[in-house]
Design a protein. Structure first.
Length: 1023
């Protein structure tokens, strides 16, 4: 043994006889102690395999710079390669994954070439151990390659014969599996007759089975796992049989990955997101739990504390997947303590993230500093790739909360903590993606101020790195998608200023792409998006066919490269996104002037000539569009000017042309191509339906709906991001067709869907933003109008709808959940801190949207916002500790008092007047102790004049030099219908929504004097 450079018996005994951490053997603390006495090479090896590859890399760099003989050089350079591989690309899922931030920092091909020297002089034990490390490095990459195609073609998951392998033919996934399987089989044969072995036969057998599972064939994987378990039990290998049980539980407990990573993918593979969001049946979860409990007993019998800790962590994962977050938190805490007790820092950090996710699920406070420490561990002595993987785990959990579980606040919290970890780890690109997840959650509940701040912060992080410094084309693609999503949110709100901000950022990203990747070709907006998608898929399909064709692997790779051309597939995707961005910029150039012209219509200080100039500028902006797109935007402009009928006729010219001929479905289309064409046709029909509903053209809207239902079924609205808003368009159409009963039923169904998602929210600002979205307001307002349209009018239903849309936050505060209106002092301070945080989000959003953003001011506001965020977290913890019952009630769904209940609480001789302006319709009623005594349901000839008078009268009240004529007109519209009720009252309470909430009703003229001079006037909040 004296000639061996590695393989010290005391170190191997402390490691449990295996150099593979996945075997869950040994005690890492004892191994490090033994290595300290055995020499620096043993220290480097032990550090690498026990989660301290950062420390190993530093020591190996020092050794490389010194004088080494041939054997030492061979060992040191290969240990350095192994330490680098673990530091840069190992993850909690044990796959090789290079994050964008790390791509420029390590070139694996160059590192392989740098491994010099002969192992023949280092000793046979050392050579075997180095070979195992090399195979494990390859295995990380093999797992990733198989995961990428896993599940896409399960029929191809097979081990090829030597003859087929030699010919290089066969499916690519089968080739990858066969080569990886062959390396492990060769290792098993080599180690079969040797001693000591650097790993167990069980680990090799289970690693082979795992390849089948990652490739998409769990049935074969389970067969191999059970065969190895039978072998282990026959020879009395309790540790080996426990490993088999762990592998079986991993396979049963999740569709992909394992309960250790909550079934979340660390790699963006083919259809992985759909698979990772799938729910495993209760039966399978119970089966996984049972085998994990049995594995725990066997690890304990084998005196394997790391195995016991690993099973405890998997049981925490199973509990989380089953929704028992209290058990998940308890088991994760136990796993963390057990892992750290035996020196397994990496698994301890993973267990802590599990506990954090359990805290987030129940909205409990989290120690942010501890999260930052994990990031710092990655940049220091730990495994950087593993640390980034933990940040990725938080981000993927955020996405699952958002897309599958409607947990908007949990999603935001997960992604905020991911950002903290990734920033501490020095990974701005990964942090930017975490901020992008925050944007997605804020956008989902229409919290535009918070969403816009997140989108711009993410873009700033992306652009701070530079296109040539990391990530390259994929990062540019993510920038384009994020900024387009933010622009779309601004478009939905008719927010011209924010539209211009994000269109400008899109233009900047497109410019950087064109400058950095000229080989990608010219970016143009002249190609329809569906054509670009089909062209991209055609090239990718040609490449895939070339890879799976007959012939040698080298020939197939060459053919595939020629099919793809000089551009990479990623570059082609970004070209498509850049085309979309350019089209977005054109839409912004067209629609922003229309929105600004409309805003001028409401400004009483602007003259008619200036308003007309604005509309002429909006018309001139249409010149950027060729036909038929020109007709669509021209029709929208006509409608914006008030001529909906002509606008509908013009838009019909656009929809009559039809989509690009290439998007027609054909019998021989591949499934992927058919899906692209189907989505294009569906989106166009939905666009037609929504356009004609907005333009009040019922016949054309019905025609579009008929085609849409024929294509997509009766549940065509369910796949939309805003399903209640989309379903409300059907209610609008039924209302226009005078089908009041059908419209009411549709609106009621839409309201139920909205409330299901709103019930997930606890924060007042989030609740208000969610209900204040255009889609929600349109839903509730039109539903109330329909309720009053029927004979006899349904006063109760109308009242109920308006209260839902106008005052959900108010109802949450003062209705069934009474504790939230006052409660304890900690609860009040927490609510105040939430409001202050929301204010600073709005201030930052406004500062970022300025013509010349003040970087220093934005930085100052961001510091303030960070302090408010920290205060919210701290105060939330205090409020929950002091008032756990009251805090829990915040999650309850508040009820709304009925019309009869409200009327019973109105004092004698008091009248409550509620007013809403819904599109062009004035809706209102007067409530007394006798109920709803007056209703107003009036279609205005020009609602813009009323909205303008609201602003004009407000200005006149502040400036005595202005005319009060606007007040006279407003009184005729808003007070006259309720004249008798007002005259009979001694107190009038106004509850006005939207623009009408700006009206100083007490100053309006009534019966020859100001209303407030004749009767007591007060106001109640409308939202």
């Amino acid at each position: 043994m004296t000639d061996e450079l590695l393989g010290h018996p005391a170190v191997r005994e402390a490691l449990g006889g295996s150099l593979v951490a996945e075997e869950l053997r040994g005690d890492f603390t004892r191994a490090r102690q033994a290595a300290s006495a055995a020499g620096v090479l043993e220290i480097c090896l032990v550090d690498s395999i026990t989660g301290r590859s950062g420390a190993a890399r530093r020591r190996l760099a020092e050794l490389t710079s010194g004088a080494l003989d041939t054997a030492q050089q061979a060992v040191v350079t290969r240990l350095r390669l192994f330490a680098d591989a673990l530091y840069f690309r190992n993850t909690p899922a044990h796959i090789g994954m290079m994050f964008d931030d790390l791509e420029p920092r390590w070139d694996r091909k160059a590192a392989l070439n740098a491994a010099t020297g002969s192992l023949s002089l280092a000793g046979p034990v050392t050579a075997r151990e180095i070979r195992l490390l090399s195979i494990y490095d390859d295995l990380l990459g093999d797992r990733r390659a198989l995961m990428f195609r896993g599940g896409a073609q399960p029929r191809d998951v097979m081990v090829l014969s030597p003859e087929v392998l030699a010919s290089g033919s066969g499916p690519l996934v089968a080739l990858t599996l066969t080569l990886a399987h062959g390396r492990l089989s060769a290792l098993a044969e080599q180690l079969d007759s040797t001693s000591p072995r650097p790993c167990s036969p069980s680990w090799i057998a289970l690693a082979e089975a795992d390849l089948f599972r990652r490739a998409g064939n769990p049935v074969v994987a389970l067969e191999r796992i059970q065969a190895e378990r039978t072998r282990c039990e026959r020879i009395g290998d309790w540790h080996g049989s426990a490993l088999c049980l762990v592998a079986e539980g991993d396979t049963r407990g999740c569709v992909i990955e394992s309960p250790m990573t909550l079934g979340l993918s660390f790699h963006y593979a083919i259809n992985n997101e759909q698979r990772e969001h799938a729910r495993v049946s209760d039966i399978e979860l119970a089966a996984a739990r049972a085998v994990f409990l049995e594995a725990q007993e066997r690890f304990a019998k084998a005196d394997a504390p790391r195995g016991v800790a690993a099973v405890q962590l998997r049981l925490a994962g199973v509990a989380a997947l089953a929704g028992d977050h209290a058990e998940a938190r308890e088991r994760a805490n136990r796993a963390e303590l057990a892992s750290l007790a035996c020196g397994d820092e990496a698994q301890g950090h993973l267990a802590h993230i599990h506990a954090v996710l359990a805290h987030i699920a129940e909205m409990l406070p989290v120690d942010v500093e501890r999260i930052r420490e994990i990031g710092a561990w990655g940049t220091g002595d730990g495994d950087l790739g593993f640390a980034l993987g933990l940040g990725c785990l938080l981000s993927r959990a955020a996405r699952r909360w958002l897309l599958r579980d409607a947990g908007y606040e949990q999603s935001v919290r997960c992604s905020q903590l991911a950002e903290e970890l990734l920033v501490a780890a020095g990974a701005p690109l990964a942090a930017a993606e975490a901020v992008g997840e925050q944007f997605s959650a804020h956008a989902a509940i229409r919290d535009r101020a918070a969403a816009f701040v997140a989108a711009q912060r993410a873009d700033d992080l992306f652009s701070s790195v530079g296109p040539g410094s990391g990530g390259g084309v994929p990062v540019l693609g993510r920038r384009l998608m994020l900024q387009h999503a933010a622009w779309s949110l601004a478009l939905a709100a008719s927010d011209a200023t924010s539209m211009d901000v994000f269109a400008g950022r899109l233009a900047q990203a497109v410019g950087e792409f064109s400058a950095s990747f000229p080989s990608a070709g010219e970016v143009s907006a002249s190609v329809p998006l569906v054509d670009a998608l089909l062209a991209l898929h055609a090239r990718a399909a040609d490449m895939a066919k070339a890879l799976d064709a007959d012939g040698s692997l080298a020939q197939r790779l060459a053919d595939a490269e020629s099919k793809l051309g000089t551009d990479s597939q990623a570059e082609l995707m970004v070209v498509m996104l850049a085309n979309m961005a350019n089209e977005t910029i054109r839409v912004s150039t067209t629609m922003a002037p229309q929105y600004r012209a409309y805003d001028l219509e409401l400004d009483p200080a602007v003259g008619e000539e200036r308003r007309e100039q604005a509309w002429r500028a909006a018309a001139a902006a249409l010149d950027v569009w060729p036909e038929p797109e020109h007709w669509l935007y021209a029709g929208l402009l006509q409608a914006a000017r008030g001529d909906r009928a002509s606008g509908a006729d013009t838009c019909e010219r656009y929809f009559a042309v039809g989509p690009s001929p290439s998007s027609d479905l054909e019998p021989g289309d591949l499934p992927e191509v058919a899906e692209i064409k189907y989505r294009a046709k569906r989106n166009r029909l939905r666009q037609a339906l929504m356009t004609f509903v907005r333009l009040a053209d019922a016949s054309r809207a019905r025609q579009a709906l008929t085609h849409l239902v024929a294509l997509d079924g009766e549940d065509w609205w369910k796949s939309d991001n805003d399903p209640w808003g989309t379903l409300a368009y059907l209610g609008d159409l039924q209302r226009m067709e005078r089908d009041a009963a059908g419209a009411l039923a549709t609106y009621e169904r839409a309201r139920e869907i909205l409330e299901q998602q709103r019930a997930m929210l606890r924060n007042d600002g989030a609740k208000t933003a969610f209900a204040d979205s255009r889609s929600a307001q349109r839903l509730f307002g039109y539903a109330a109008l329909v309720a009053l349209d029927v004979a006899p009018p349904l006063h109760e239903r109308a009242f109920d709808f308006i209260e839902c849309g106008r005052a959900r936050a108010l109802a949450d505060l003062v209705s069934d959940v009474r504790v939230t209106t006052g409660g304890t002092a900690p609860l009040g301070r927490w609510r105040q801190a939430c409001a202050q945080r929301d204010l600073f989000r709005a201030l930052i959003s406004r500062a970022l949207a300025a013509d010349k953003p003040d970087a220093a001011e934005i930085a100052r506001l961001q510091v303030e916002l960070d302090e408010r965020e920290a205060a919210v977290i701290k105060l939330e913890a205090g409020a929950r500790e002091k008032s756990p019952r009251q805090f829990q009630v915040l999650d309850a769904r508040a009820g709304i008092s009925s019309l009869a209940e409200v009327a019973a609480r109105i004092p004698d001789r008091a009248v409550v007047i509620e007013l809403s302006l819904i599109d062009r319709t004035l809706l209102g009623w007067a409530l007394t102790r006798d109920g709803m005594v007056v209703t107003v349901h009036r279609e205005l000839e020009n609602d813009r004049l009323v909205r303008r008078d609201v602003r004009g009268f407000l200005q006149a009240c502040a400036d005595n030099s202005r005319s009060l004529a606007a007040g006279q007109r407003l009184a005729g519209v808003l007070l006259a219908p309720f004249g008798d009720a007002i005259r009979a009252a001694s107190q009038v309470v106004f509850v006005a929504a939207g623009d009408l909430s700006l009206v100083p009703f007490h100053a309006l003229p009534f019966d020859g004097d100001a209303l407030g001079a004749q009767v007591s006037v007060s106001y109640a909040p409308s939202a």
